[in-house]
Design a protein around this ligand. Structure first.
Ligand code: SF4
Ligand code: SF4
Ligand code: SF4
Length: 202
């Protein structure tokens, strides 16, 4: 009995010693002015995967190859490049559709109605804003493919850092036929901050 209780005291003492050492290390950092959170929560180098827009051919494998379902890959529309057309190649299947019917037509590019269209100014034949509803987008790349082939090339595909699991071996990188998915270092500023919008839109 005495041996067991002595061992227990020894183990408890060891635990306390470790705890005290860890706490004093944190305290020392705080006293030095460093942030304990930054050091303990975030590793100094964080890696993720991203799509090189120069290489992506919008083949649509991103939609099914990702280990996440729906895929961590989403379309985005760069508002600095978008021409804000009445009829958008990434939104509407038939660009001959009369402008007064576009708002109600069912003949849309996106099978999930994730490409959203809203009026900016000028009425029916004015300027329109196109954005992607990421909750509906499955990453099929069809809107971006048409925009890049026929339009102003403002739509493209991204692996969303806030959705990606950061797999060691990205399944999309293995499946991509054009080697467009690259492993890149990530920093806090790289975390997804919403649609690519200019500071002063209009
Ligand atoms: S067409 Fe495909 S990539 Fe574009 S918004 Fe719809 S689901 Fe996403
Ligand atoms: S790293 Fe994993 S979760 Fe992220 S895009 Fe690739 S397969 Fe999907
Ligand atoms: S698999 Fe590669 S080429 Fe195909 S859409 Fe994804 S990134 Fe683009």
């Amino acid at each position: 009995m005495r041996t067991r209780s002595t061992r227990r005291r020894f183990v408890l003492g060891l635990g306390r010693a470790f705890g005290a050492t860890a706490l004093s290390a944190v305290a020392a950092r705080v006293l030095r002015g460093g942030s304990p959170d930054a050091e303990f929560i975030q590793p100094p180098h964080r890696y993720g995967w991203q799509i090189n827009p120069e290489r992506c051919t919008f083949c649509n494998r991103c939609e099914r190859a990702c280990v996440r379902s729906p895929s961590a890959v989403k379309a985005v529309n760069d508002q600095k490049k978008c021409s804000n057309c009445v009829a958008c190649y990434g939104h509407l299947r038939d660009l001959r559709t009369p402008s007064h019917l576009i708002a109600t037509t069912e003949d849309l590019v996106c099978p999930h109605r994730a490409v959203l269209r809203s009026e900016l100014f000028g009425g029916m034949d004015g300027a329109y804003l196109y954005t992607i509803d990421a909750d509906r987008c499955t990453g099929c790349a069809e809107c971006a493919r048409l925009c890049n082939r026929l339009g102003s090339r403002s739509m493209f595909m991204v692996i969303r850092p806030d959705l990606c699991l950061g797999c060691n071996d990205c399944a999309i990188a293995r499946a991509c036929p054009s080697g467009a998915v690259e492993r890149v270092p990530l920093f806090p500023v790289d975390d997804f901050r919403g649609e690519y919008m200019p500071d002063q839109p209009w």
